[in-house]
Structures are given as C-alpha cells and as structure tokens.
Design a binder for this molecule. Structure first.
Ligand SMILES: *[C@@H]1O[C@H](CO)[C@@H](O)[C@H](O)[C@H]1NC(C)=O
Ligand SMILES: *[C@@H]1O[C@H](CO)[C@@H](O)[C@H](O)[C@H]1NC(C)=O
Ligand SMILES: *[C@@H]1O[C@H](CO)[C@@H](O)[C@H](O)[C@H]1NC(C)=O
Ligand SMILES: *[C@@H]1O[C@H](CO)[C@@H](O)[C@H](O)[C@H]1NC(C)=O
Ligand SMILES: *[C@@H]1O[C@H](CO)[C@@H](O)[C@H](O)[C@H]1NC(C)=O
Ligand SMILES: *[C@@H]1O[C@H](CO)[C@@H](O)[C@H](O)[C@H]1NC(C)=O
Ligand SMILES: *[C@@H]1O[C@H](CO)[C@@H](O)[C@H](O)[C@H]1NC(C)=O
Ligand SMILES: *[C@@H]1O[C@H](CO)[C@@H](O)[C@H](O)[C@H]1NC(C)=O
Ligand SMILES: *[C@@H]1O[C@H](CO)[C@@H](O)[C@H](O)[C@H]1NC(C)=O
Ligand SMILES: *[C@@H]1O[C@H](CO)[C@@H](O)[C@H](O)[C@H]1NC(C)=O
Ligand SMILES: *[C@@H]1O[C@H](CO)[C@@H](O)[C@H](O)[C@H]1NC(C)=O
Length: 431
C-alpha cells in the first residue's frame, strides 16, 4: 500500500511548514529576517519581505499582497536607502528599534524610536491589515498600543484601516508620496494628503504646487466629490478632533481587495480594486477626474463647468474677464475682476449672489465657525470689505456653520449633482 508512506510524508510536510511559518511569524532581537532566504512575515492577505522592484536589482524591505499573481507593493521601509546586494538583515536592536542593516552593519533604515528600558521583549509583527507593528511584549499596555507602526509612515498606498491626516500634538503628517517610477520607490514629488488648517481638505501636490484639491469636508463628503452613479466601493469617514484630524476608508465588501495609490506617471490619485475573474487591478476612480478638477483652471473669480454654458470657464456674475482678449481665445489664466460699480457696504451696490451646486473656493485665506448660523455668517461677511464669499461649513439637513472667504476666490467649479450653495459678494441690488 502506497497510501501510508504518502500520508506520513504529508504529515511531515505539514509539521515542517508549520515549523517554518512559526519561525518567521515575528521578528525579535534573536530572530531576524535575512535577505537571500525565503523568510517572510505573512498574515492574511499580506506578506513582508525583501524585494527588487521592476527591472531594478536594488533590494528593499516591503509589504505586498500575498495572494495575487501581480506583485503589488503597498509599503517600502528603505525607499530612499536601497541595499545594492542581498546582504540585508531586518532585525531588532536591544534598544528596541527595528533596523535594516546592509553590508558591514551599515544602517539603511530604522524606526528611530526612543524607549526607556532596554529589554529583550521587543517584537515586530505583521497584522492582517498590512500594518507592521512594534511592541514591547512586557509592557502590559495592550496589543493595540504600538511603539511604532508602518501605517503611520505610508509610502504611496492607502489601505483600509490606515489614516491619512495629522496628529496635531506630534505634528505627524500621514500622507502619500509617489514612487519616482516603477523601478524606483524613492520619494517622488507628487503627494496626496490633508493640509494642516482649521478647514482641512485634501490636496494632490507636485512639491508645493497644488494640482488638485478636494474641497473641505462638508459633513457628507469632501466638497468636490461627485455623486456616484453606481454603488460606491467604500465608505469614507472623516474625523475632526481637537488633537487630530484624518480620514479613513472601509470597503463595503471586505472580501474585495482595494487600494488608493498616488501615481506619479499620471500625477493622479487612483482607486483600484482587484477583480478575481480577470485577475487584475481595475481602475475604479481617477482623481482629478476631468479638466475642471485641475486646480484653479479658470483662475480668480472664474468658474469651471457652469451648467448650460458652452465655454469651459465663465466669470462669476458681477465679474468680467481681466483680459477680455485673452479670455476670448480661451486663455483663462488672468481670471476675472469685479465690475466697476461695486461699492463696499453701499445699498444697491453691494450684496450677495447665490450659486448652487458649487465646489467652494480654496480655503487658504478663510475663517470658520462651526456653530454660527448662515444669517450671522452673512452679517459677518458684509461687515468686512475684504470678505468675498460665505457658505455653510456643514450641509447636513438645513446646513450649519460658517466659512468666510477673503480676497480672490480660487478654484471654483460647478458640480452637476452635488456641491453646495455659495454666496458671492458682488454688485447687486438684492441683498
Ligand atoms: C565592508 O568591509 C570590508 C572589509 O572590511 C571592506 O573591504 C568594505 O569596503 C566594506 N564595505 C562597506 C560598504 O563599508
Ligand atoms: C532615522 O534617523 C536618521 C538619523 O537622524 C535619519 O537619517 C533617518 O531618516 C531616520 N529614519 C526614519 C525612518 O525616519
Ligand atoms: C495577524 O494579525 C492579527 C490581527 O490582524 C493579529 O492578531 C495576529 O497576531 C497576527 N499574527 C501574527 C503571527 O503576527
Ligand atoms: C499623537 O501624538 C502624541 C505625541 O506623540 C501621542 O501622545 C498621541 O497618542 C498621538 N495621538 C494619536 C491619536 O495617535
Ligand atoms: C513637478 O514640477 C517640476 C518642477 O516644476 C516639473 O519639472 C515636473 O515635471 C513636475 N512633475 C510632475 C509629475 O508633474
Ligand atoms: C463580496 O464580494 C465577493 C467576491 O467578489 C462576492 O462573492 C460576494 O457576493 C460579495 N458580497 C456581498 C455582500 O456583496
Ligand atoms: C499609473 O497610471 C497609468 C495610467 O492609468 C497606468 O497605466 C499605470 O499602470 C499606473 N501605474 C501603476 C504602477 O499602477
Ligand atoms: C494676455 O496673455 C498674454 C500671453 O499670455 C500676456 O502676455 C498678457 O499680459 C495678457 N494680457 C493681460 C491684459 O493680462
Ligand atoms: C455702472 O453704473 C452706471 C451708472 O449707474 C451704468 O450706466 C453702467 O451700466 C453700470 N455698469 C455695470 C457694469 O453695471
Ligand atoms: C461662533 O459662533 C457662535 C454662534 O454665533 C458664537 O457664540 C461664538 O462666539 C463664535 N465663536 C467664535 C470663535 O467666533
Ligand atoms: C477683515 O478680515 C481680514 C481677514 O480676516 C482681517 O485681516 C481684517 O482685519 C478684517 N477687517 C476688519 C475691518 O474687521
């Protein structure tokens, strides 16, 4: 009978593989991860180990999806300090730092934490969410208080369970920074994150140059988000607290893999989902979505995508092109200026015009009060001659809160089926 030896072979194989996997479950001071071996950390759909991207021969420590045939890296430790050969060792020092050593013990990356005690009970584990975490096992502060976690230092990918945003106490800004190219994960110029402000909104930037902004969160969504025709893939939650603000996302269906990635090739944020049938990533959403999503496409007091207009850019009513000549040949870069008859706080020469379905202007020079009524908001704007517009900060139900804008109104667009009311100061007899 051939069955028996075969069975014992299977049992042996099982024993052997459990031994290996229990061996490689965690990293401790006494158990490192060596490049050039097949050792990796695995948990659920994620795997951590050494890899070389694309056609590069450089070695990096990274995390990728385990169960899909297309190697998709979601996090890189030493993105700016590659190791040129397979000498890498990921280890924990007696001070409790997770450190990546290269040849001759040179440090290529470190978690850089400072701990009080010097113990041997530090462990690094990969969680099922793809989060690499560092704990002191002896500290009885619970497993979800980490000394360090990779989710606090994203590379180019945003996953369910991660936060994008600020810890205002420590100044930690969790934002995405694109790979330079697909052979090189080093920090690129394109970033995606929340700006630090009383009125936080997300921006895609090239260095300090803004390429896209989402509009502030209005209680339901970031202002520029259009209503989706199909059932959304995920739910986005925004949190605004005293010491931190951030957003997270949750997939509606936990069994569908998804990711947000900032892609330098196209200077865009891409939301992708894995399709089991086709065995590939499908683009769910590309931001910016259209021409009008590009930052400040129609310049000061210009409005992009006005419904029922043939031209892409229009001046807000009460405003005229700064250079009619340039405007007529679709050079929008000079924007619009107030028509001459406006006079601050003068009856019949100053008032507010309501625009519906608006992505509200850039909040760079703005003021917010989250409990003020719209009526008081209007009065407050009227009183100050440099106030150019006002709107509710929250649009749930009848709306609440107050945002004031000062100076030029930038990056305005109209959205066919979302947005909100914006009141722009202008020459009008109706006040
Ligand atoms: C590593 O050590 C060897 C022998 O001491 C030396 O020849 C080599 O230059 C060192 N390499 C680096 C990268 O420091
Ligand atoms: C750790 O500190 C070193 C030296 O200050 C610095 O070069 C390195 O970028 C830091 N690493 C991380 C991951 O912040
Ligand atoms: C896998 O992740 C879960 C939580 O996501 C965690 O409780 C568990 O300890 C992890 N397993 C290992 C071996 O680290
Ligand atoms: C923010 O950072 C401070 C200081 O490092 C820390 O004590 C606090 O726990 C952090 N807050 C959150 C919500 O992570
Ligand atoms: C970012 O800006 C720099 C300098 O203005 C420019 O050279 C580069 O092409 C831009 N990169 C992208 C991806 O737009
Ligand atoms: C979740 O997605 C899986 C895989 O695509 C599918 O089989 C399942 O029906 C979905 N569940 C729900 C509740 O939609
Ligand atoms: C970046 O975006 C382009 C255009 O959608 C796509 O072809 C390319 O595969 C993307 N890069 C990655 C690594 O996803
Ligand atoms: C019109 O555009 C040209 C070329 O961009 C520029 O030099 C000129 O100053 C613009 N005219 C006005 C009035 O701004
Ligand atoms: C400005 O006011 C004058 C006199 O009241 C009027 O003739 C002119 O049409 C007005 N211009 C605009 C742009 O409203
Ligand atoms: C915000 O508005 C409320 C209601 O009008 C008012 O009581 C409060 O003093 C305002 N706060 C600030 C900082 O202006
Ligand atoms: C009007 O608002 C601006 C911007 O907040 C401020 O600098 C200025 O002092 C205000 N002027 C008056 C008269 O309140």
């Amino acid at each position: 009978m051939a069955t028996l030896p075969f069975m014992s072979f299977v049992v042996m194989l099982l024993l052997f593989s459990t031994q290996i996997s229990s061996d490689t479950d965690i990293i401790t001071q006494f158990h490192s991860l060596h490049d050039g071996t097949t050792n990796t950390l695995v948990n659920g759909t994620f795997e951590l180990g050494f890899f070389s991207p694309g056609s590069s021969t450089n070695r990096y420590v990274g995390i990728w999806f385990k169960n899909i045939p297309i190697k998709t890296v979601v996090w890189v430790a030493n993105r700016d300090h590659p190791i040129s050969d397979k000498s890498g060792i990921l280890s924990i020092t007696k001070e409790g730092n997770l450190v990546l050593f290269g040849k001759n013990g040179t440090t290529h990356w470190s978690t850089n934490i400072t701990t009080k005690s010097s113990t041997s009970s530090f462990i690094a584990r990969l969680l099922g969410t793809g989060n690499l975490v560092l704990n002191d096992e002896k500290e009885n502060n619970g497993y979800d208080v980490y000394l360090w976690q990779s989710f606090d230092y994203p590379t180019d990918t945003f996953l369910p369970g991660m936060k994008v945003g600020w810890n205002l106490t420590s100044g930690l800004n969790r934002r995405l920074t694109a790979w330079n190219n697909w052979d090189d994960p080093s920090s690129g110029q394109i970033t995606y994150g929340l700006i630090r402000s009383d009125i936080p909104e997300t921006k895609i930037q090239n260095g300090s140059l803004v390429l896209y902004r989402s509009g502030p969160y209005n209680g339901l969504r970031f202002g520029a988000t259009q209503k989706l025709k199909h059932v959304p893939l995920f739910i986005l939650n925004f949190f605004y607290k005293k010491d931190e603000y951030y957003f997270t996302y949750q997939p509606r269906n936990q069994s569908i893999l998804s990711r947000f990635v900032i892609n330098q090739t196209v200077s865009a944020l891409q939301i992708l989902k894995w399709t089991e049938g086709k065995q590939r990533w499908m683009l769910h959403l590309n931001i910016p979505r259209d021409e009008c999503d590009n930052y400040n496409r129609c310049s000061s007091f210009g409005i992009c995508g006005m419904m029922g207009k043939s031209s892409m850019c229009e001046c807000l009513s009460g405003f005229t092109p700064k250079s009619p000549q340039n405007w007529s040949v679709k050079d929008w870069s000079q924007g619009c200026v107030r028509s001459e008859n406006w006079s601050c706080r003068e009856k019949n020469k100053d008032g507010f015009i309501k625009f519906q379905n608006m992505k509200v202007p850039d909040t760079k020079i703005s003021w917010i009060n989250r409990s003020m009524t719209l009526k008081k908001c209007k009065t407050k704007c009227w009183e100050n001659c440099s106030c150019t517009a006002y709107a509710n900060s929250n649009i749930i139900e009848d709306g609440s809160g107050c945002i004031l804008w000062f100076g030029d109104l930038l990056d305005l667009r109209q959205l066919p089926d979302s947005g909100q009311d914006l009141y722009v100061r202008s020459h009008t007899s109706e006040i």
